[in-house]
Design a protein. Structure first.
Length: 154
């Protein structure tokens, strides 16, 4: 239907409502007397942010409560990532490049057919973890996926 139109109420909300620390303080009902605000003051911003987080934890009872749990909830890790940055991933059990022109290509294939790409990675600004995996691949050693144990049931 070429004439179909979409109206997204969330997009309207996101575009029209302010997204600032002061707006968050108001939204979560944090009394400004509790957190005196001083413009362009880092300590004031940190105190206000902590007050907003405390209000969020109180408002959304299902949120995790510890720093580690909140981090995992906010930034879930991809079980297919090989390195922390996700430059290398598992695809069908094979270590594969996940970026650039070689995205989707297995490390074994690159080591056999396009070593220049792997050598380029070593010269560029990639993490030491990625570079170590690439160096090993150039030497004929490739990551082996270790099966993850099934989740425990309570």
């Amino acid at each position: 239907m070429a004439d179909a139109r979409v109206i997204d109420a969330y997009t309207i909300f996101a575009r029209q409502e302010r997204r600032s620390l002061d707006a968050a303080l108001r939204f979560y009902g944090v009394d400004t007397g509790e957190v005196p605000r001083r413009a362009h003051d880092a300590r004031s911003d940190v105190e206000a942010t902590v007050a907003v987080l405390a209000a969020q934890l109180d408002t959304y009872r299902d949120l995790p409560k510890t720093v580690d749990e909140l981090h995992a909830w906010l930034y879930p890790s991809d079980p297919n990532r090989i390195d922390a940055d996700g430059k290398l991933v598992w695809r069908d059990g094979v270590a594969t490049v996940a970026f650039g022109a070689q995205a989707g290509t297995a490390l074994t294939e690159l080591a056999d057919n396009d070593r220049s790409f792997l050598e380029w990675v070593l010269r560029k600004d990639f993490s030491p973890e990625v570079k170590a995996i690439i160096e090993a691949a150039l030497e004929g050693r490739f990551p082996v996926r270790v099966p993850t144990p099934p989740a425990r049931r309570a």
